[in-house]
Design a protein around this ligand. Sequence first.
Ligand code: FAD
Ligand code: FES
Length: 279
Amino acid sequence: MSLTNIYQPDLMEVLDVRQQTADVKSVRIRFRDEAKAEQFSFRVGQFGIFSAFGAGESTFNICSSSNWKDFIEFCFRRTGKVTDALWGIDNNDTIGFRGPYGNSYPMEKWKGKNLIFVGGGIAMPPIRCAIWYALENRRDYGQITIVYGARTVGDLVYRNELDRWAEYDRVRVVRCVDPGGETPDWQGEVGFVPAVLEKAEVSAEDAVALVIGPPVMIKFTLPVLAKMGLADRDIYTSLENRMKCGVGKCGRCNCGPVYVCKEGPVFTLEQMKQLPNDF
Ligand SMILES: Cc1cc2nc3c(=O)[nH]c(=O)nc-3n(C[C@H](O)[C@H](O)[C@H](O)COP(=O)(O)OP(=O)(O)OC[C@H]3O[C@@H](n4cnc5c(N)ncnc54)[C@H](O)[C@@H]3O)c2cc1C
Ligand code: FES
């Protein structure tokens, strides 16, 4: 009888490492086992548990589109033990990967809707996978509005892709940096994300919004979306509760009875309001 160890990571070859900001890198990886590379699939919004051998495991969103078959991509901020170790990886190195885990963005349900993406700082990676997916299935979605901000110009993640997205039909990209974070050649907005969203006068008609960012950004963005007319059931976010197993075994990620790793990380505001206030 063969027993599968659910905690055993797959070995992944590092294909490409890019420094996005002073403390953020994006990494493309591929299964070393060719058969696994062929079989692997995921849905946008899902996450993985990535390991730097000898240092430990960390949870990151898969930030590539599920339409891309040659690699999966993740993007991380250097904050501690594991991300310090991952900071040093290079092409051809091997890291570990478990996943995909969690639920996903309801891209099927969103068909025909206008999409509003609102992100702050390192929150761009979990939004980016949904943006690319929607752009690659452009006819399935209405107007796409992306409002993305960071503290400074240098903190914008995937900055070069913002211009590429803006070239698509019926896509509006609004970039902003906090006051004082602009450079002399900055052509975007200066202001905090919620205020910039409000000023942008985005139509909320038949729209859904995906909002991911620091808690303070989310706190002040939600009333703006409500004022625009979006119902709680049409506002989505992705939670980042600390996780260990990723598969509903350890209880590390719980919000009351809800396992965020299994029933989330994607929730509507309507669902979040049913959760105990400990996320
Ligand atoms: C579903 C999910 C998706 C995530 N996606 C991403 C992503 O795409 N990119 C990314 O950079 N990070 C993401 N995170 C957060 C990431 O998992 C942690 O920042 C990372 O595990 C820190 O690992 P570390 O060992 O380097 O830091 P540690 O040494 O464990 O901690 C360093 C510092 O980071 C804090 N920290 C650790 N984990 C979290 C967390 N989950 N939330 C908030 N603070 C934390 C600690 O409290 C400490 O202050 C995600 C988390 C979850 C649960
Ligand atoms: S991370 Fe272990 S139960 Fe969710």
